[in-house]
Design a protein around this ligand. Structure first.
Ligand SMILES: Cc1cc2nc3c(=O)[nH]c(=O)nc-3n(C[C@H](O)[C@H](O)[C@H](O)COP(=O)(O)OP(=O)(O)OC[C@H]3O[C@@H](n4cnc5c(N)ncnc54)[C@H](O)[C@@H]3O)c2cc1C
Length: 598
């Protein structure tokens, strides 16, 4: 059976020692009172909740899955899920970073981020029920009417109701412009929605008395394509004036998908048979409104893979110290045993360190990015808000795709550490691989994230946002450029920064002549950009570790951090050279292959 220990020390390192989060929060009136002790206390309690309440339900939830009663359209979640959710609501966890005006605790997003990393490690499938509500909450805060806010936000804040996002239809996933669900205006100002949605996460369940669906649909006179999509809020049960539940709205779960992983989460086929909804935001501007939810969800999906990378690493490490097979190539290490523990073998170490580096780099990036989100929303200086928002937009596809791809590499490597036992269900490792796999697909596949990064966020503004990030790197290079001890961390990022500028210009130029060049380079480009960001963060982490060691701090944490950073720069970061080479190989070798694919 797997185990899980919340990585509180590493979180605190990134929060307090690398990013000085409490100092940053002091500058924001809404969070000025949130000091390091408060953050640490919340994370400690959240860690207990994850390890003691939801983690024990991870394997059983995977085995049992969800069950649909086709007559009532009701879904039963795996045993224990409902009780765990009740404890989550009772503990006030749903309200953590929601606005106090809706009953929230008003804590910064950066705390919620760390809480959710632990929940995802413990049980991704369970965590998706409350997780999706955050996006629905944010979309309604940004675009809801006063009446919608009053009706839905307090209950989403408390967690008494959950939210969903209903975009996908059988014939339309990536290309939402194709969607067909219709919304007919009614005399009373509401709309009746008719259509079919598929793959709706947490689309039906027994955890809460009401479910609030955010649904994309078309008005009768809507233009074709993505400019004719509107957003509606459609509750499972209508809500009366006094807040009590009214009639059952005809939005029904008609089937559950049988899938590779996240079995404990209900992936629902949803039928809307004249379901009553109200418009969110302006007609035909639904995609823009939904993007509030989608952006939040993209950061959340990166966090899912971060959680799985961490828990897979912890278990693979424990196993590698315990399992004995063969002798070390450089002579026996555990002479009292019949063989050495497998951790002595270089390749086993490589697999473990890969997962460790991707967990620590991913954590640093997630916290870095969420702190920017806090600044975007709450910093008093308009320029800081604007710059932070721009960086969050740039980093969002990297968080989503780079961390989930790394999660794939890491959970597989950790399963491999177990040899044949990794493939066997009881160890729990194959579940981490299966659960992680969807993270590369939903919320826009990782290819779509790459196109978003290269096409819109980099070339779309002539590299302005990338330059903004580049300035942070340049500042660090300037600060540490003469420090010999930092050379092994600074030189690679300084070098990649120069190469990335040339590489971007080159693709931009080729793409101008032939847009397929952008499509052919995008996935490789995102990985290079991901390493640029990770490299910067690892250099900052190494900087802190070196300072502490130089000051005489003997905590082995800092030595470990340095060794992980060294491994990262020596063994993972250099793939950027190959990636740039394959990207430069261009689109012709792909697009002139009709005979090969015939
Ligand atoms: C378990 C699960 C949960 C989900 N949860 C939700 C949910 O809660 N709400 C919701 O609305 N949806 C949800 N989805 C749907 C999910 O977001 C979509 O499956 C995903 O966006 C991809 O759409 P698709 O499956 O239609 O694939 P397609 O759009 O058909 O794509 C197929 C392939 O073509 C590629 N492709 C498509 N267009 C391009 C392009 N322009 N350039 C390059 N490559 C391209 C894709 O990257 C992909 O590899 C869920 C799906 C699953 C499996």
């Amino acid at each position: 059976m797997p185990t899980y220990n919340p990585p509180l020390r590493d979180m605190q390192f990134v929060l307090h020692e690398v990013l000085q989060v409490s100092e940053e929060l002091k500058a924001m009136p809404a969070h000025a009172e949130t000091d390091a002790d408060t953050l640490n206390a919340v994370l400690e309690e959240a860690g207990k909740f994850a390890a003691e309440v939801t983690f024990p339900l991870n394997i059983s939830g995977d085995t049992e899955g969800c069950v649909l009663d086709k007559k009532t359209h009701e879904v039963t979640t795996p045993a224990g899920f409902k009780d765990a959710y009740a404890k989550y609501v009772e503990g006030g966890w749903a309200a953590l970073s929601c606005d106090p005006q809706y009953g929230g605790q008003g804590l910064p997003f950066v705390v919620n981020q760390c809480v959710y990393e632990m929940l995802n490690s413990a049980n991704q499938a369970w965590t998706m029920y409350p997780g999706l509500s955050h996006g629905a909450y944010e979309a309604l805060v940004a675009h809801g009417t006063d009446a919608q806010k009053k009706t839905y936000l307090p209950k989403l804040t408390s967690g008494e109701w959950t939210g969903t996002m209903c975009l996908t239809e059988p014939h339309c996933g990536t290309d939402l412009g194709l969607l067909r669900t219709k919304a007919e205006p009614q005399a009373d100002g509401t709309y009746k929605l008719t259509g079919s949605k598929i793959f709706i996460s947490a689309g039906e369940h027994d955890l809460t008395e009401n479910i609030i669906h955010l649904v994309l649909a078309r008005l009768p006179d809507a233009p074709k394509g993505s400019k004719g999509i509107s957003l509606f809020v459609v509750p499972k049960f209508m809500v009366n004036e006094d807040g009590s539940l009214g009639a059952r709205n005809p939005i029904f779960c008609t089937g559950l998908e049988h899938k590779m992983g996240i079995h404990g989460n209900a992936t629902a086929q949803i039928s809307l048979d004249g379901a009553v909804g109200t418009l969110v935001g302006e007609p035909n501007k639904g995609l823009a409104a939904m993007f509030v939810m989608m952006n939040a969800a993209r950061l959340g999906v990166g966090n899912q893979s971060l959680g799985l990378t961490e828990v897979a690493f912890q278990n693979a490490l424990a196993y590698a110290k315990d399992r004995i097979q063969m002798r070390s190539l450089s002579g026996p290490k555990a002479k009292d045993k019949d063989a050495d523990p497998i951790i002595v073998h270089p390749d086993v170490r490589k697999m473990l360190l890969t997962a460790k580096a991707y967990a620590e780099g991913g954590r640093a990036l997630q916290i870095f990015c969420t702190l920017l989100l806090d600044k975007e929303h709450n910093h008093p200086d308009e320029k800081v808000r604007k710059d932070s928002g721009e960086l969050v937009a740039l980093l969002t596809p990297i968080v989503k795709a780079f961390i989930t791809d790394n999660g794939h590499i890491s959970t597989n490597a950790c399963m491999q550490v177990f040899g044949g036992h990794g493939f066997i269900k009881e160890w729990g490792m194959e579940q981490f691989v299966r659960d992680n796999r969807i993270n590369m697909i939903y919320e826009g596949t990782n290819t779509i994230q790459s196109l978003d990064l290269l096409g819109r966020k980099v070339l779309g503004n002539n590299g302005a946002s990338l330059k903004k990030f580049g300035k942070l790197v340049a500042r660090l290079v300037e600060e540490e450029g003469v420090n010999e001890k930092m050379a092994e961390f600074i030189n690679p990022i300084a070098g990649l920064g120069d190469q990335l500028t040339k590489f971007t210009t080159e693709i931009g130029f080729k793409g101008f002549q032939n847009p397929d060049e952008v499509g052919a380079a995008a996935v490789d480009y995102l990985r290079v950009a991901g390493h640029f960001v990770f490299g910067y963060l690892f250099a900052r982490m190494a900087q802190v570790a070196l300072r502490e060691i130089a000051a005489g701090n003997t905590d082995p944490f800092y030595v470990a951090k340095l060794q992980t950073a060294r491994f990262y720069f020596a063994k993972l970061f250099p793939e950027t050279a190959t990636l740039m080479r394959t990207a430069r190989a261009g689109s012709k070798v792909l697009m002139d292959t009709d005979a090969a694919l015939a």
